[in-house]
Design a protein around this ligand. Structure first.
Ligand code: ZN
Length: 291
């Protein structure tokens, strides 16, 4: 812990917490936030807490007790959060333990401009209905999460391939703005094994219109990973999986031009850079004393 420099964001004194609670110390790393980049949060000297949560930009996430007695959490700044200043609050029920005003600065992830025959832009009524069913199924999967943390230790990559589609890149198709890339595309050959990035449970396995064969893993407490365009799935819905377990094989199903793996991570509804998440999860595991 001591090797990395925590940036002291705020020393919160008596202003926001009752005097009996003492002064909680809140630290956030990195200090300046960016859309899509997760930050690590540490809160010390909170006294006894049972349900401490952090709230930011209209969403809430839980905190965990570290091996040093401090509380740790991840601030998963969603890719869609607009640059500006936001209040980070640490609460235990209705009691505020600490707060800090944090800046989110703009980050340019680049733009991809594609021109396609306009006829490929239009979906048939059947395709549109399929897509709408996918959206509902994915939403339902993201609403089913285990109350406990199912993972231990840092997350790993699902496979080794080079990034061919970076996280966050905007895409303009025939000049029309589409949603930015919410995950990473990893180069891989058809049939290559895909491994679970952390322990969890299969909450969705489905043939989707855009994403092809798709697996969603729930890692508990609203943390999910998702794997798209598979040629085969080697797990069943509801199945528990271990970190590193082969869950499927790379393919080119859905609307893609060739085989690759699209992989993404969501935490409490926030879309974060999966590679940034992997990095940060290792540090979090260290703080939590995960074996
Ligand atoms: Zn992708």
């Amino acid at each position: 812990m001591s090797v990395w420099s925590w940036a002291v964001v705020v020393l919160l004194a008596c202003l926001l917490a009752p005097p009996s609670a003492g002064a909680a110390v809140l630290l956030v790393q990195p200090q300046t936030l960016e859309p899509g980049q997760p930050a690590l949060v540490r809160v010390c000297r909170t006294g006894k807490t049972s349900h401490a949560r952090l709230s930011f930009a209209g969403r809430e996430w839980r905190l965990w007790r570290g091996s040093d007695g401090c509380l740790y959490g991840v601030l998963p700044v969603d890719l869609g959060v607009r640059p500006g200043h936001y209040l980070l609050r640490i609460k235990d029920g209705s009691r505020q333990l600490a707060a800090a005003r944090l800046a989110v600065r703009a980050r340019d992830y680049g733009v991809r401009r594609i021109t396609v025959d306009p006829k490929f832009m239009e979906l048939t009524p059947e395709q549109l209905a399929w897509y709408k069913r996918d959206v509902a199924a994915i939403k339902a999967a993201y609403a089913r999460t285990a109350a406990q943390r199912l993972w231990r230790g840092g997350f790993r990559r699902p496979l080794g391939g080079k990034v061919v589609g970076p996280f966050g890149r905007r895409s303009l198709i025939n000049g029309q703005e589409r949603s930015p890339h919410g995950g990473v595309d990893l180069r891989a050959k058809k049939g290559e094994p895909i491994r679970a990035v952390a322990a969890g449970r299969v909450v969705m396995l489905r043939d989707t219109f855009f994403g092809g064969k798709m697996i969603i893993l729930d890692h508990g407490q609203a943390l999910y990973s998702r794997y798209l365009h598979l040629s085969a799935a080697l797990v069943r819905p509801g199945q528990k999986v271990a970190r590193g377990q082969v869950i499927g094989r790379v393919g080119a199903t859905g609307r893609v031009t060739g085989p690759h793996l699209h992989f993404d991570v969501r935490f409490g509804g926030a879309r974060v850079d999966p590679l940034g998440w992997i990095k940060l999860s290792g540090r979090l595991a260290e703080m939590l004393g995960d074996k």
